[in-house]
Design a protein around this ligand. Structure first.
Ligand code: MG
Length: 399
């Protein structure tokens, strides 16, 4: 069964990196990792869609050979921010794909959000590059295509998401037959312990108030609905080749145990650490080496309480929807992801209530969850269709 961490992974001395999405939350934290160990990495590519001012500052500091921005207008603004421009400036999705194939790059950090991130990940995987993967769409929309491409090219995919990074670390040195189940931990988000009725009137501010992690708006809402965990279940299925019946979710409010693997002999391995994304980012960039870091660490001389409980799927139906979609196949997970993006945006705009997110998602999945398409373009067309249907349903609700 593919994939697993390799027994003899490639050792890279002073990795040359392409950081896609360098102005986003993951990208900025990746640059913090680089800043903390200045002689460990070199940067060849940086990219941002619209935040050209920050990208220009990053380019000044890290001196990449190429940057990618979203539009010709963003390229013009970028050039005007750089008085000492030496790097190539590429534009749009084509630019991302060209940069993904840039010569001399060892590891690509794919942290661009959305379908553009999927295309660039697929391109890099097809070329057999090592990918530090932080783009969710790559596996939720096209996990089958990405893993097929990786199998053919031999590309290594090292997950950056804390849960998958934990599982990846627990699997190092094991054989596929050893694994009984994957156990993904979920913080439970800001609404842990609330019932479905309690959630009727919760507002955007409350949903944005995550107890442990600081993240972007979309993923913070996804953490509050548990859809984030659902999407991670889908990703885990593809990354580790484990069927949905052998993937479990457990609520662990402290976010110290990042996930676990239960083995056939009854033993469970876990990876622990403070909730800090710089740790899994550094692991993905350094793999298979562990370099010393200055990030906060657990103080095991102090008392800690770690608790675990089953998730409440009545209050948070998005988790069950993700399992349903995963069982229906990769087109259904693409549909669910598209519906959810539209629904979350509508919630953030005040157009639907918090409980409206799972309701809309369930309706769209009910209508479109049986469609199956394989090719990437068809999958993306299905994604668009699901977004249109979701908007229609939200519009009707509002009237
Ligand atoms: Mg996560």
């Amino acid at each position: 069964m593919f994939p697993r961490p390799r027994l003899l992974p490639q050792l890279i001395d002073m990795p040359t990196l392409a950081i896609f999405g360098s102005t986003g939350s993951i990208g900025r934290q990746a640059l913090e990792v680089l800043r903390a160990s200045p002689d460990t990495y070199s940067v060849r590519v940086l990219s941002a869609w619209t935040n050209v001012e920050l990208l220009a500052a990053q380019a000044k500091e890290f001196m990449p050979e190429v940057v990618v921005v979203g539009t010709p207008e963003a390229a013009r603004r970028y050039r005007s921010c750089r008085d000492d421009l030496r790097e190539h400036v590429l534009v749009g999705e084509e630019g991302l794909e060209e940069a993904a194939a840039w010569p001399g790059v060892d590891t690509i950090l794919s942290a661009v959000v959305g379908a553009a991130g999927l295309r660039l990940t697929l391109r890099a995987v097809t070329l057999g590059r090592r990918i530090a993967l932080a783009n969710k769409e790559s596996l939720v929309v096209a996990g089958d295509l990405v893993m097929e491409a990786a199998k053919t090219s031999g590309a290594e995919i090292i997950p950056v998401d804390s849960e998958h990074a934990a599982i990846f670390q627990c699997l190092v040195g094991t054989s596929p037959d050893d694994v009984e189940r994957l156990v993904l931990t979920a913080s439970g988000g800001p609404f842990l312990g609330r019932t479905r009725e309690d959630l009727v009137y919760v507002g955007v501010d409350e949903a944005m108030d995550h107890p442990n992690w600081s993240m972007g708006a979309k993923i913070t809402v996804d953490s509050a609905t548990l859809m984030n965990k659902g999407l991670e279940v889908i990703e885990a299925h593809w990354l580790f080749g484990i069927d949905p019946d052998h993937i479990h979710v457990v609520v662990h409010p402290q976010s110290i145990v990042h996930s676990m693997v239960e083995f056939v002999d009854g033993s469970t391995l876990a990876q622990l650490g403070p909730p800090d994304m710089r740790l899994p980012i550094q692991y993905a960039l350094d793999y298979p080496v562990r370099n010393r870091s200055a990030w906060p660490r657990m103080d095991w001389t102090e008392s800690h309480q770690l608790s675990f409980m089953p998730p409440d799927v009545q209050a948070f139906p998005c988790l069950a929807l993700a399992f349903d979609a995963l069982r229906a196949g990769p087109s259904a997970t693409a549909v669910l992801n598209a519906a959810n993006e539209v629904a979350v945006a509508a919630f953030l705009d005040g157009r639907i209530a918090f409980n409206g997110i799972p309701e809309v998602n369930a309706k769209v999945l009910g209508r479109m969850g049986r469609i199956q398409v394989h090719a990437l373009e068809d999958r993306l067309a299905l994604d668009t269709e699901a977004r249109v249907l979701t908007e229609e349903l939200i519009g009707k609700e509002g009237n």
